[in-house]
Design a binder for this molecule. Structure first.
Ligand SMILES: O=C(O)c1cc(=O)[nH]c(=O)n1[C@@H]1O[C@H](COP(=O)(O)O)[C@@H](O)[C@H]1O
Length: 233
């Protein structure tokens, strides 16, 4: 089922049962869901079948980063399982991203392909330790432009960088932003955060939200509070 909601709920659970227990409380008309490394490593493609069977559009977040042929083949495998979106790491470089995008278009696969720029858990000193001497905002912009030139549909970035990416890459280029923290939620391990409304105002096209909903005392109350905030936007 297609939805025009910007919300993507991260199903970061250690088992298929736990993930489906959450999914069964969600409405595919009101959000998409994200399957990440922990859940996919434990449950495999069965989780994709189960979520598709419930009508959800799925973002398969495995952040591929490898040589071009390996990443292109992994992206093709994901798309052939019908996922709505899949991602790679932009720091894998132009040839890796171009190979992945070409593999999708050669096979007429319409899955959205996006690239992670700088993880929302990172700050300037984390980048410095990896040899990147520019600020997170500069590095995100550099990788966003590279991603666009490589033919991908958008990036994962923090909402703090969404406005600049919108200005340079345009409104159609997807800005998928994790690190979303409603005022009632803790930051946890996220560093570059923003509230849902501020994120949309800044130009985010999709908001990835995990623990503020999934670890809330009542996940549905937390989700309703976020939806109410966005409805007023
Ligand atoms: O690619 C992602 O989805 C991602 C990229 C990034 O830079 N930061 C980030 O937090 N994520 C994912 O977004 C989700 C955020 O979850 P919460 O911090 O619980 O809201 C997690 O599943 C992360 O793996």
């Amino acid at each position: 089922m297609a939805t025009d909601s910007p919300l993507i709920i991260a199903l970061d659970y250690p088992s298929l049962d736990a993930a489906l227990c959450m999914a069964d409380q969600l409405d595919p008309a009101r959000c998409r869901v994200k399957v990440g490394k922990e859940l996919f490593t434990r449950s495999g493609p069965a989780v994709l079948e189960a979520l598709h069977g419930r009508g959800f559009e799925v973002f398969l977040d495995l952040k591929f980063h490898d040589i071009p042929n390996t990443v292109a083949s992994a992206v093709q495998a994901a798309a052939e399982q019908g996922v709505w979106m899949v991602n790679v790491h932009a720091c894998g470089g132009r040839r890796m991203m171009e190979a992945a995008a070409k593999r999708l278009s050669d096979n007429k696969l319409s899955t959205h392909l996006i690239a992670v720029t700088v993880l929302t858990s990172m700050q300037a000193d984390d980048l410095t330790e990896t040899g990147v001497e520019v600020s997170p905002a500069e590095q995100v912009m550099r990788l966003a432009l590279l991603t666009q030139q490589s033919g991908l549909n958008g990036v994962v970035c923090s909402a703090q960088e969404a406005a600049q990416i919108k200005a340079q890459c345009g409104g159609e280029f997807l800005k998928v932003t994790p690190g979303i923290r409603p005022s009632f939620a803790e930051a946890n391990d996220q560093q570059r955060i923003m509230t849902p409304t501020d994120a949309l105002q800044a130009g985010s096209t999709h908001l990835v939200i995990g623990r503020p909903v999934t670890k809330a005392a009542d996940p549905m109350v937390a989700l309703a509070a976020i939806e109410a905030e966005l409805a007023a936007f």
